[in-house]
Design a protein around this ligand. Structure first.
Ligand code: FMN
Ligand code: COI
Length: 345
């Protein structure tokens, strides 16, 4: 049941697969005779220096993978000098995760907007007090995508685990959803499907933190996001878990970069599995990438140590591949390093 929840995508999983294929279709065209005796993988994001252009994506309910759950992931992110985003649907209190992540250059709090706006405002106050430096507002999930594995397994969070940051929220009773997955039921009853761009203005009245919107695919929406003064864009199809047959996120990066220019940072996630994937995403126009499921696999195997190994593997792959591309810094990763999609792959 847990593996099904973590690994699956929506419906036929076409988008889940496409996220991986979109990277595999591309080839790198290296430059030679460039001094790569020193390779610098670091990046400045929101004024914070990250050791690598790889952040940990928000993922719900991490205690199912390991008893230390989100605490272990936060510790591994801090030790690797990178950023973690903590889900509204975490199984540890957001304050405890922030303490565990002390030393991380940039902790994000991922917001699912609760219908009860007072509750949402309190969550945001708690996040700011706990030391989170930015918000990731997920905008691609007015409803949860249909995931066959969760229906088949009648997914529910095994007790005594709970959604610690939603405690105190009034139960809304039967939600009218016919889903057999209890997380889908909670989502339908508590999460607000009525958001529009005006929400960003409301958010500014209750939080001073920088706002990234997560789940942008259409360049027209990227343009609107910037018009509404967001601080960053995350190009994402939610790891193929929301709209099946939406495009691979990385394929949308060039058009979104064209739409917004360099006014805000652009992050992308979905299917990043190697150092060369990170290079491809940056060459297409992203500033950095988020990593999803591989973090959970590391967590399940060896807790904090397992996550650390996943991050270190990607870091060393990135460093080596940058050297082999003739790119001593991230600024050297330009579109000229890329060959377009290969036919028939
Ligand atoms: C098990 C799981 C739980 C997730 N939970 C959240 C969440 O709570 N909030 C959110 O914005 N995205 C969530 N996501 C989406 C991720 O943030 C991210 O977009 C996606 O996993 C990236 O794709 P990848 O897993 O192929 O790297 C979740 C993804 C997975 C696999
Ligand atoms: C608990 C869920 C709503 C988290 C999520 O975003 C997901 O499973 O994709």
């Amino acid at each position: 049941m847990v593996y099904g929840y973590y690994s699956s995508g929506a419906d036929s999983e076409a988008t889940l697969q496409d996220n991986i294929q979109a990277f595999k279709r591309r080839r790198l065209l290296p430059r030679i005779m460039v001094d790569v005796s020193h390779v610098d993988t670091s990046i400045i994001l929101l004024g914070a220096k990250l050791a690598l252009p790889l952040l940990i994506a928000p993922m719900a309910m991490q205690q199912m993978a390991h008893p230390d759950g989100e605490l272990a992931v936060a510790r591994a992110a801090a030790a690797a000098g990178t950023s973690m985003s903590v889900s509204t649907m975490a199984t540890y209190d957001l304050k405890d995760v922030a303490s565990a992540g002390t030393g991380s250059p940039l902790l994000f709090f991922q917001l699912y907007v609760i219908k009860d706006r007072d509750f949402t405002a309190k969550l945001l106050r708690d996040a700011a007090e706990a030391g989170y430096k930015a918000l990731m507002v997920t905008v691609d999930a007015p409803h949860l995508g249909y995931r066959q594995a969760d229906e088949r397994n009648e997914f529910s969070l095994p007790p005594p685990m709970g959604l610690r940051n939603l405690e105190g929220l009034q139960s809304k009773g039967p939600d009218g959803s016919r889903s057999k997955s209890s997380i889908s039921q909670v989502f339908t009853s508590q999460i607000d499907p009525g958001l529009s761009w005006e929400f960003i203005a409301w958010l500014r009245t209750v939080s001073n933190l920088p706002i990234f919107v997560k789940g942008v695919l259409n360049p027209a929406d990227a343009h609107l996001a910037v018009q509404h003064s967001v601080d960053g864009i995350i190009v994402s199809n939610h790891g193929g878990r929301q709209l099946d047959f939406s495009p691979a996120a990385v394929d949308m990066v060039p058009a979104i970069r064209d739409a917004v220019g360099h006014r805000v940072p652009i992050l992308v996630d979905g299917g990043v599995r190697s150092g060369t994937d990170i290079i491809k995403a940056i060459a297409l126009g992203a500033d950095a990438v988020l990593l999803g499921r591989p973090v959970l696999w590391g967590l399940a195997l060896e807790g904090q140590h397992g996550v650390a190994k996943v991050l270190e593997t990607l870091r060393s792959e990135l460093e080596l591949s940058m050297a082999l591309c003739g790119a001593p810094t991230l600024a050297h990763i330009t579109p000229s390093l890329l060959m377009g999609p290969m036919p028939r792959l």
